[in-house]
Ligand binder design. Structure first.
Ligand code: ASP
Length: 322
């Protein structure tokens, strides 16, 4: 046995290949620290370390432009498995929103598998007079033209959800973009902005502690997390067909060696079964992916379908950036 191990080690060295990973891996989170994508990424990084021989996995927050600045950084990074991207539905909204996206979403990345799906909640500043969804609708009607809606920039999940909400309500609101919904949440708690649509991974604890008001869930199913269980879905509250559930996936720069991609996909699959990770996700209202979209080819097919699906709604709203 020992002889075999030594022979294998010698063969590896002879081929000039170091075992992967032999230095820290960076996961770029294209939003501010402390926000929902960052929270998912930090928990996921912890779970990903173990199947990668306890490698160091560090998070780098590169917020701005709805996540496209961070995505671009990874698209241009060395394809060696040491720079990865954890991005959400923005991967699929940005091709329709940005006229000059500096990378090609389907060509410039290796797809490594989907991680989770996360519903969103419609929340408001604590000083908002409305205490439930019906009261919120009245307040919105009465304050038309004066409402501030926070988001994490064009292409972010909060932008998509806010866009769909404005369309469904047939109302234009003043959007206030941030580098992520962590800083947006600080301003919502402080009363500088009125409402926001954000992932349950960011809103649950703030709702629990009464720091913000919660009005509705954006997916079509009721949530089971205690703080969110009594919220109506927007669909049943009057916006028939409203359904926004977002997802996160893992990506590497195009050209990363196949052996490294296989190792990362296997590590992702193991990480998503990590009981600690699953427990954390459940507590925040997120659902860990267990279906075929764990396979890179299926993940890519899913993103391509999302680009088509979401592109229609975005084009109808006529919102673009250069
Ligand atoms: N919640 C943000 C968004 O709207 C992402 C983030 O800040 O992590 O997409």
């Amino acid at each position: 046995m020992k002889k075999l191990t030594l022979a294998l080690a010698a063969a590896t060295l002879a081929a000039g290949a170091q075992a992967y990973p032999d230095k820290p891996i960076t996961i770029v989170v294209p939003f501010a620290a402390g926000g929902p994508t960052d929270k998912v990424a930090r928990d996921f990084a912890e779970a990903l370390r173990k199947p990668l021989n306890n490698a160091t996995v560090v998070i780098e927050n590169v917020g701005g432009a709805g996540g496209t600045l961070g995505a671009n950084k990874v698209a241009k990074a060395a394809p060696d498995g040491y720079t990865l991207l954890l991005y959400h539905v923005g991967m699929a909204t940005s091709p329709s929103l940005y006229r000059n996206l500096p990378y090609k979403t389907l060509d410039d990345f290796e797809y490594l598998g989907l991680i989770n799906e996360v519903p969103m909640t419609l929340v408001g500043r604590p000083t908002l007079p409305a205490n439930n969804y019906a009261e919120l609708v009245k307040w919105l009607e009465a304050n038309k033209g004066k409402i501030n809606l926070a988001n994490a920039g064009l292409g972010a999940a909060s932008h998509l959800c806010g866009l769909m909400f404005q369309q469904a309500m047939k109302m234009d609101m003043q959007t206030v973009p941030y580098k992520g919904t962590a800083p947006a949440m600080t301003d919502l708690i402080g009363g500088q902005v009125d409402i926001m649509c954000d992932q349950t991974t960011n809103t649950t604890s703030q709702i629990e502690s009464g720091k913000i008001k919660a009005y509705a869930v954006t997916s079509t199913k009721h949530l089971t997390t205690p703080a969110l269980a009594k919220l109506p879905t927007l669909d049943e509250a009057g916006l028939k067909g409203f359904n926004v559930t977002i997802w996160h996936g893992l990506y590497a720069p195009k050209g990363t060696p196949k052996a490294v991609l296989d190792q990362l996909n296997a590590a992702l699959r193991t990480a998503l079964k990590d009981p600690e990770f699953v427990k954390r996700e459940e507590a925040l209202g997120a659902v860990v992916v267990t279906d075929g979209r764990l396979a890179p080819a299926e993940h890519k097919k899913f993103v391509a379908a999302e680009i088509d699906k979401l592109g229609g709604a975005i084009k109808a709203a006529g919102q673009y950036a250069d």
